[in-house]
Each structure stands twice: as structure tokens, then as C-alpha cells.
Design a protein around this ligand. Sequence first.
Ligand code: BTN
Length: 244
Amino acid sequence: MIAFRVTTLPSVGSTSDIVRERALAGEPEGFVVRAEEQRAGRGRHGRVWASPPGNLYASVLLRPKRPLAETASLSLLTALALAQALADAAPSGLALELKWPNDVLIGGAKLAGILLESLVSEASTPVITAGLGVNVAFHPDGLPYPATHLAEHGVKLDAEAVLERFLARFAVIYDGWQAAGFAPFRDAWLRHGHGLGGMARVRAGEKVIEGRFVDLDDEGRLVIETSAGRRVLNAGELFFAPAS
Ligand code: BTN
């Protein structure tokens, strides 16, 4: 099973940059950087990820044996491992949900985000940094979506403890994925899936696709039932249409 080696630093630009530099210098997989704060934390789609002390900011170096095309599903599995780790420590009944492809929600509000980045490598195996931002002690104000944090729901874990629990869960899931891909985890993901069966709008590049979010396929791609038939999407940003 993969073994993780965690380095904790007080302040960095982005943990994913530190991991990337080490990856380029030949570091084996399992290297993890956690920072107390980030000065240039980044989210998906080039957004800023505000990173003052108190929350979890960490990145993990992976050198998966599976083809690069399959590695997008690691984003879903990172979120699944985090949800499982938090469910172990949360008061019963806490509604942890997974929003395709990379968010963990509580009660529809964003608790955590995952940023998967692929490094160009001369080696045949992909090189991936999986960055994890979890709102532990607070959530930033003024975000364009509802957000929440763990302490607000009675989860008494600090950032270090969240990371430790996450890594224990992720080690098992990652090994399973290395052996058999996303398919064995599809049902577990769908059990936590946010908005399943509801109307959704997906922004994929310049296009907006509207339809009902009906399923995930065996590679973790989103299956949307549109007026023109089923569409299978492997990238994009999912919005749920307001109930009408
Ligand atoms: C998102 O947009 O939802 C993803 C946010 C990912 C933030 C994490 S914090 C640790 C790692 N370092 C970064 O700069 N970003 C990721």
C-alpha cells in the first residue's frame, strides 16, 4: 500500500508548487506537503483559494500506474476519501455530499475542494499533484457560492488530524483504484452524490449543456440526460438549476 511522508511548513506560496518542484527533482509518490497558510493558494479555473491559518491546505504527489486519461477520476476519489474520513469523526446524521467532480459539501454548502494537476513528464507514468483545501476552523466570506466549515457542524478536528484521517482512507482507495480503476468506487460515490436526479447545467469550455444528472459511468464521467439524448462529460463545472 502507498505510504505517505508528510512535511509541514509554516507558510508557502502553494503546497502544490512545492510538491511539483520535488516531483520534477525525482521524488517518489507519497510525498505530502501541508502548510499552515498559503500566500498564493489556487483553486480550479484559476480562482484564488484564500488560505490564512486555521484550515487544511495540503498536496499529495502521485505517480499512478493507470493511463493519464483515467486520472481525472482521482479527483472524485480524493473527495470520496475525505468524505469517508470526516464521516468517521462527525456527529451521526451529518449530510456529507460529493459534488462532481471535486467538491465536498455539507447541507449544500462547500466544505472542501480538490485541485488535481498533471505534470508534464518524460516518464511513461503520469505525475499528479492532488491539492486539498478543507474549511476546518472557518470559511472565507464573500464567496460566490454557499460555504461552510467543520467547526460549524461540531466536528472537533484540527487541520493536522483531518489530513491524517484523510490519508488513511485515501491510501486504501488509491490502491484499489490502481488495481481496478474507478468502477469499484462508483456506487460509494453515488451514495454521497449531490444533485443526482436533478436538473443540472454544465459549463464545458464555451458550451453550456443542460439536462438531468442521471449517473456516473465506470470512469467517473458525468452522465446527463438532455433533450437531444445522453451526454457523457469528463470535464466542466456543474451548476444545479433552481427548483421551478
Ligand atoms: C477548488 O477550487 O475547489 C479547489 C481548491 C484547492 C485548494 C488546495 S489548498 C492546497 C492546494 N494548494 C493550492 O494552491 N490549492 C490546493
